[in-house]
Design a protein around this ligand. Structure first.
Ligand code: NCD
Length: 505
């Protein structure tokens, strides 16, 4: 098969196949060998005149620095921001516009980290230049998993089949466990064992996904049970920044039994990995372990340089510059999230509520009690539009009529955020001219839910499961009003995977 990373976005590890992962390991090994043989400078002109933009909306030490180091050692340059203070994000600039500015500044590649899931797919959709995911919320961190896999490759004589690995720490709120699990699922006979409190445990959807990819996932009672049965143990930091209403003290209590101290590792041959940073107060890895032969996490960090050098080299070497157009692709204007509902003619009940406006919009099947909030959110009164909210206690029906002829994307999103899966009816000359449900990803940390970012929601059909194009979480239609036929028709229209919607030069 032809392996080609030129101009490719690196958003999810699921976009890679086994051959591509192994190819990158091989290239990274070459970078490793050059370094170890004191021949690093041999590549110092490879990416001359290429520039990397870094956009870190969340803290980073390793990921940012290693991309910069990789760029520096390959003869390229870099610029960007770490933390939004001092940038126009403080002035409410969107991700879309910030990405466009990096392009206008003639960068050749962007690496970005952002707290919201799906933000990186969005950045990639906007940019003509390639975009690398440096971590999007709880979702993914593909280059971390590539460097983890590269570390495993070096420690396992370049054979990744048959690996047994333990997971510990916070398996629920981090992105490294998700991406690493997905990466490992490309290989044969992989076993994952883990032990943690339920709150920090491996997410159900990930366990299911692993099982469907024939990865053994076994929950053990204790860390000791895990360690005595695996070659590698991958510890992670509790992601406090992604836990609401939980203090560090609560987490320390939860993790007491699960910390890695010298006693747990000294009798075994396990290799201890960690994406880093370690939280030195919680000390999920005790300091004494740092001086023990089981420690492999600092090596992992250096391997990140080799892997990212290999990746940037593959992506940018010999690639022509992309000319900035200053224009957005029209495909970014439209989603595929409108579930068309069948318009029934002459239904009596419908007549009663709908026919008596000649032209306008009826928002139907609202969550009871949300009508007034929607009137306020859409500013209907101040705009001089009519607004007739109604709740009919007998039928339990809540709806809203307005003379607004159509609603724009922001208005539809605002309604859906307040009352998911309402039915929108556009009335023309006393007849229902269009009737649909506006579907919006239900993952509260998905970037598509940010109204001002203006991301038209897009879904795809992942062998029968509807998934959000951006955060890739599954979506199930819950409205009882939507019939099986309507659901099927909607799914039939979805693409079968993540389509590339940009057109590279
Ligand atoms: C990780 C991250 O940001 O997801 N850090 C990293 O890139 N090495 C892990 C973490 O912050 O816990």
């Amino acid at each position: 098969m032809e392996i080609n990373f030129k101009n490719r976005d690196i958003i999810s590890i699921t976009d890679f196949c086994k051959e591509e992962i192994l190819y990158l390991c091989k290239q990274a090994k070459e970078m490793h060998d050059l370094e170890k043989n004191n021949e690093r400078d041999g590549l110092s002109n490879e990416l001359k005149n290429k520039a990397l933009a870094y956009m870190f909306y969340e803290p980073s030490t390793r990921t940012k620095t290693s991309f910069i180091t990789a760029m520096r050692q390959l003869g390229g340059s870099w610029d960007g921001f770490s933390g939004i203070e001092g940038t126009s994000v403080m002035k409410k600039e969107t991700i879309r516009d910030t990405v466009m500015m990096m392009e206008a500044n003639h960068f050749d590649v962007i690496v970005m980290r952002h707290p919201l899931g799906g933000s990186l797919q969005w950045a990639a959709d906007v940019a003509l230049i390639p975009v690398i995911n440096g971590g999007d919320g709880e979702n993914e961190h593909p280059t971390q998993s590539l460097l983890d896999i590269f570390t495993l490759y070096l420690l396992s004589d370049e054979n990744l089949d048959g690996i047994s690995i333990g997971f510990g720490g916070d398996l629920s709120h981090g992105r490294t466990i998700r991406s690493l699990s997905l990466a490992l699922s490309c290989f044969k006979d992989i076993t994952i064992r883990w032990a943690a409190e339920d709150f920090l445990g491996m997410p159900e959807d990930l366990v299911e996904l692993m099982k469907s990819r024939e990865v053994g996932v076994i929950r053990e009672k204790s860390v000791e049970d895990v360690i005595s049965n695996v070659q590698f143990y991958y510890m992670t930091r509790p992601q406090l920044e992604r836990m609401e209403g939980i203090t560090q003290k609560d987490v320390m209590e939860m993790m007491k039994k699960y910390r890695i101290d010298l006693n747990k590792v000294k009798e075994s041959n396990v290799k201890l990995m960690h994406p880093l940073p370690v939280n030195s107060e919680i000390a999920e890895i005790d300091y004494e372990v740092y001086f023990d032969g089981s420690q492999a996490f600092f090596q992992q960090a250096e391997n990140g340089i080799f892997l990212r050098k290999a990746l940037l080299h593959e992506m940018l070497k010999g690639v022509e510059s992309v000319q900035f157009s200053g224009k957005l692709n029209h495909l970014l204007e439209y989603g595929n999230n409108r579930l068309k509902r069948i318009i029934k003619e002459n239904v009596k009940e419908k007549r009663r509520f709908i026919d008596n406006i000649t032209n306008g919009t009826v928002v139907d099947h609202l969550l009871p009690g949300t009508e007034q909030e929607i009137v306020a959110e859409l500013d209907l009164m101040d705009r001089g539009s009519s607004a007739i909210p109604a709740h009919l206690p007998k039928s339990g029906k809540s709806f809203l009529k307005t003379d607004l002829r159509e609603l724009n994307e922001r208005e539809l999103k605002k309604i859906t955020l307040i009352s998911p899966e309402a039915t929108i009816n556009y009335i023309k000359d006393g007849k229902v001219a269009d009737k649909f449900v506006y579907l919006l990803c239900k993952n509260i940390n998905c970037v598509t839910r940010v109204v001002n970012e203006d991301i038209p929601p897009k879904f795809y059909d992942d062998t029968g499961t509807i998934r959000c194009r951006y955060c890739r979480k599954s979506y199930s239609i819950t409205s009882e009003k939507v019939s099986q036929k309507e659901k099927e028709e909607f799914i039939n229209l979805l693409p079968e995977g993540i389509e590339q919607i940009k057109f590279h030069a």
